[in-house]
Design a protein around this ligand. Structure first.
Ligand code: ATP
Ligand code: MG
Length: 250
């Protein structure tokens, strides 16, 4: 039996034989507003509060101040975790480029810091500083722009993506992290931008939000989870202010 990393998200661990496979990389994919950021943050927050496992949150989309305000509404006091050295937020939101004078130790504040090696280097430093066991990248799709800058001579773009993805996987695993990479999906049938990223991770969870029709509502599907006899159902999810996401199996 493989060691598990419990998410603490109500209803989710039961679908996964107790949690994510520990030390592996998951992809959390969904359209806009499906709840990816909230759910991933909940995984980090619960790790710190319930299991004493520090986390690293890499934010490409929101600057940390706004992110903390939003997550506070869901009941996740990220500032407190930072103060207690249980969390480091890596600010890759471009706010460091706009306001370099406000940049902190974990802010990407120069164009040259937006490379894959440099981002992984900062993650590694953050992981060592707090002894992190969990990490989330919000979103991994933003890292795509880094993928495209990787020049591998004589190979196709797909091959570049594959190599880069395997490299990221390997680096995150070798840091001892259980990681969640968020994938922003434009149309509901897809899981990732290039259509191959999902093959290289150990788990894929998709989130859906149908505003009308017979499938109206919010859903979560465990699309793949290696080494796990996972749920094969379409599960419903709901948000509760002050609590985060809750998963209901049908
Ligand atoms: N208190 C609440 N009650 C019900 N639903 C809420 C509440 N707060 C947030 N939501 C829902 O959660 C969504 C935001 O969740 P989240 O930011 O995690 O989505 P996301 O998938 O990361 O979106 P994006 O792709 O835009 O980053 C909102 O659009 C809203 O539908
Ligand atoms: Mg988001």
């Amino acid at each position: 039996m493989m060691e598990r990393c419990p998410t603490g998200i109500p209803g989710l661990d039961e679908l996964l034989e107790g949690g994510f496979p520990r030390g592996r990389v998951m992809l959390l994919a969904g359209g806009c507003g499906t709840g990816k950021s909230i759910m991933a943050t909940q995984f980090l927050y619960n790790g710190a509060v319930e299991h004493g496992e520090a986390g690293v949150l890499v934010s490409f989309e929101q600057n940390p101040k706004i992110l903390k305000e939003d997550m506070m509404h869901m009941g996740f006091d990220l500032q407190k975790l930072e103060d207690e050295k249980k969390l480091i937020i890596v600010d890759a939101s471009l706010s460091g480029i706009a306001f370099p004078e406000r940049a902190g130790e974990y802010t990407l504040s120069t164009q040259s810091s937006f490379t894959l090696d440099s981002v992984l280097g900062i993650i590694s430093k953050a992981v060592q500083t707090v002894g992190a066991k969990r990490a989330i990248v919000d979103s991994f799709s933003a890292l795509d722009s880094l993928i495209e800058t990787v020049k591998t001579y004589g190979s196709s773009n797909t091959e570049n993506v594959r190599r880069t993805m395997l490299g990221i996987n390997y680096r995150l695993q070798s840091m001892g992290l259980t990681s969640v990479l968020i994938s922003d999906v434009l149309d509901d049938g897809k899981i990732s931008k290039y259509g191959i990223e999902e093959f290289m991770v150990d788990g894929v969870i998709t989130m859906h939000y149908n505003v009308e029709g017979p499938d109206a509502g919010r859903h979560l599907i465990v699309r793949k989870m290696r080494n796990t006899k996972h749920s094969e159902n379409i599960n419903t999810i709901e948000f509760e202010r002050g609590e985060g996401v809750r998963v209901h199996s049908l």
